[in-house]
Design a protein around this ligand. Structure first.
Ligand SMILES: [Zn+2]
Length: 462
């Protein structure tokens, strides 16, 4: 766990009147701790039991640490975030920051229970923090209406534990990379005090997962990147000839009949156009009838066309509860944390399973092993670009490739700035040899999936 700041400085910082949402500076005395307030938590921290950690000494200090010192960062104030904030606040954590870049949408209100109709349009982080601070006396949630990329290492280093409730793999990977960049090594040995544990929760419909990551020690997000399929697509042969699911019928209408029949001329299928969806729905219904498939509805058609994965409140509740429990276990050191990857599925009955995800020896994020690029000198830069984006353990999004040639930095390809993209685009068709690259050359690759530049070593193959 990262070195805690002195409690004194920490308190002074939080009492700073410029700090938004710092509502109650008297939290550290027991003004708001009525009798029995923490009796539920004390049962776990002030006595031992069959599941307590072998080194755990029951005492009253753990609770004081949670209440006064332990600083938690929650990333995301959406479906998982609302649950996490509520769970953490009610478990005794009072120094909580929350980062979310979104504003509240009407469609969030069915499950993001810290928000009300009057809050639509306001930043999620602000409203969530406000709600918790008013509802849970002594709790000081500090909101940040920001992207995670707006902050640097000094911001993230102040926390003891970080919990992610994100719906984006890119953001997860970036956060993972940030915590890895904070690690310090002495003579190749990891300094354990530089580790900030990352608890990551994710849900998709009725499926979810929760994991505990000790950066530099246990499997990180990028170690298990192969587990995230790049895109959920049905095989074309299934759609074309052996549909089994209502979704296959909708895909038939969308992918095969729409381009062939052009019902609205050359217009592309628009998921927000009810006439378009109606057309696809009717086609899907026809197809479903032919193959005796039931379950095609307008809503389903729209969901498939727009690739909507419905958010399920109960899945969020389960995953957030698991994540908050892990935060509690790690913060108190009273129980052995989850080791280290839990999957949950209640599509059909209820299934859960925990396994130990293993570190990948040459993980591009956490291994410190130089990454090799094996290409012949006759390969084109385009092939390297494709490798970086398509390789299942890299899955970069828009990599920018630079190198040093004759002592000068040279950008080989960069996508995100239009003028540079245009200027460097011709390089894509050039071979590595033509670009002047040599065997053993280092290529620095920057991408939105990581805050750090990844160094690749070019190894020429025959
Ligand atoms: Zn890794």
């Amino acid at each position: 766990m990262a070195d805690a700041e002195e409690p004194e400085t920490k308190r002074r910082r939080i009492e700073d009147p410029t700090e938004k949402m710092a509502v109650d500076s008297a939290h550290q005395d027991s003004a708001c701790d009525w009798r029995g307030r923490w009796s539920h938590v004390r049962k776990f921290l002030e006595r031992s039991g069959p599941f307590t950690h072998p080194d755990f000494e029951p005492s009253t200090e753990s609770l004081q640490f949670l209440l006064d010192t332990c600083k938690i960062l929650v990333i995301g104030a959406g479906g998982l975030g609302c649950e996490l904030l509520k769970n953490l606040a009610l478990s005794g954590f009072r120094l909580i920051h929350v980062v979310d870049m979104d504003t509240i949408d009407l469609s969030n209100l069915n499950r993001q229970f810290l928000f009300r109709l009057k809050d639509v349009g306001r930043p999620k982080a602000d409203v969530a923090a406000d709600f918790i601070n008013h509802r849970v006396p002594g709790c000081q949630v500090v909101p940040h209406f920001n992207k995670i990329q707006d902050f640097d290492t000094s911001f993230y280093k102040q926390f003891h534990i970080i919990v992610c409730g994100l719906d984006s793999i890119i953001a997860r990977r970036w956060m993972n990379g940030m915590l890895i960049s904070i690690l310090s090594y002495e003579d190749g040995v990891l300094d354990p005090s530089s580790i900030i544990p990352l608890i990551d929760g994710g849900t998709e419909g009725f499926k979810g997962n929760a994991r505990v990551i000790l950066p530099g020690m246990t499997a990180c997000i990028d170690c298990t990147l192969e587990l995230y399929p790049p895109q959920i697509n049905f095989p074309m042969c299934t759609i074309a000839s052996m549909p089994r699911l209502p979704e296959h019928c909708v895909e038939y209408g969308r992918m095969i009949q729409w381009p062939k029949e052009k019902p609205f001329g050359d217009n592309a299928l628009d998921g927000d156009n009810p006439e378009h969806i109606q057309w696809v729905f009717a086609k899907a219904q026809e197809r479903a009838d032919q193959f005796s498939i039931t379950g095609v509805t307008y809503r389903l058609a729209q969901g498939v066309v727009k690739r909507i994965i419905p958010a399920v409140a109960s899945t969020n509740a389960v995953i957030a509860a698991i994540c908050a429990t892990e935060v509690f276990k790690i913060a108190s050191s009273a129980y052995i944390p989850l080791n280290n990857y839990l999957v949950f599925n209640d599509v059909d009955g209820l299934y859960t399973y925990t396994f130990e995800a293993e570190r990948k020896e040459n993980c591009s994020a956490c291994s410190q092993v130089p990454q090799d690029l094996l290409f012949p000198p006759s390969a084109k830069l385009q092939e390297i670009l494709e490798y970086l984006t398509e390789n299942s353990s890299l899955q970069m999004k828009s990599p920018a490739i630079t190198t040093t040639l004759a002592g000068k930095n040279k950008t080989l390809y960069l996508q995100s700035v239009k003028s540079i993209e245009e200027r460097t685009r011709p390089n894509l068709c050039k071979t590595l040899k033509e670009l002047g690259l040599s065997d053993g050359q280092e290529l620095a690759v920057a991408d939105i999936t990581t805050p750090q530049t990844v160094i690749f070593k070019l190894n020429f193959t025959p």
